[in-house]
Design a binder for this molecule. Structure first.
Ligand SMILES: O=C[C@H](O)[C@H](O)[C@H](O)COP(=O)(O)O
Length: 233
């Protein structure tokens, strides 16, 4: 296992200790959450009784393969704990997510959870959000009009107007599990995430954005010097 993968696994293993019998657990998406789902699968096969709610089709398929009992969020609308990765986080537990395109379901699941624990390697911790491009999920209808409205928001917030329609590996537009498109906003820094988030959700056509504010309750960061915990873990 490479060093980054080992660190992700360590963070996931620490989060696994938070799971106990009878819990409803939100299962995140991405390469770090993938370790958590794999480790959770081992525990389930050893007798742990939980139900998982996946945040993407990718995670659903992995969890099914691991033999983890699953429910939809409609069947299980309140979750005890969600464990998910992040593309960036600051010391106030504000996050950028959606590098894998799962931000909408991830945010709905996180908001339905009593606790949301972020697992990541230490490189994801930043002093100021925005180095990672901010995903903005949009309805395909009226894409150009929505793009202009999002650009206007960025201009008002003194952010660079660098919006790029995300492409899939084959060059066609990337389509989310919900059938939407993603505009990645290359901003370098976000001085006021709360204000930007409020402006973005007010744009008709914007389905969701990757700023997760006030959702994470704790974070487990794996560094080469050991685990660092932020918030309540
Ligand atoms: O849409 C993807 C998710 O928000 C991921 O949690 C995020 O991109 C982090 O992924 P990774 O653990 O692969 O860095």
């Amino acid at each position: 296992m490479t060093d980054p993968e080992r660190l992700k696994r360590e963070a996931a293993a620490r989060a696994l200790a938070l799971v106990s019998d009878g819990m409803a657990v939100g299962l995140g998406t991405g390469s770090t959450a993938k370790h958590f789902v794999a480790l959770l699968g081992e525990r389930v096969r050893a007798g742990l009784r939980i139900v998982g709610v996946p945040t993407s089709e990718e995670t659903r398929m992995q969890a099914e393969g691991e033999g983890i009992p699953l429910a939809t969020l409609d069947e299980q609308p309140v979750l005890d704990l969600t464990v998910d990765g992040a593309d960036e986080l600051d010391d106030r537990l504000r996050l950028i997510k959606g590098g894998g395109g799962a931000l909408l379901r991830e945010k709905i699941v996180a908001a339905a959870s009593r606790r949301m624990i972020v697992i990541a390697d230490g490189s994801k911790r930043v002093a100021c959000l925005g180095r990672f491009p901010l995903p903005v999920e949009v309805n395909p209808f009226g894409l150009e009009a929505t793009r202009r409205a999002v650009s206007a928001v960025l201009a008002r917030r003194n952010c660079p107007d660098d919006l790029r329609l995300r492409s899939a590996a084959n060059g066609t537009p990337f389509v989310t599990d919900g059938g939407h498109l993603i505009l990645d906003a290359h901003l370098s820094r976000i001085d006021d995430p709360e204000a930007l988030a409020a402006d973005l959700v007010a744009v008709p056509g914007v389905v969701e954005h990757g700023l997760f504010l006030g959702l994470a309750t704790g974070a487990i960061l794996a560094t080469s010097e050991g685990l660092v915990e932020l918030g309540q873990v």
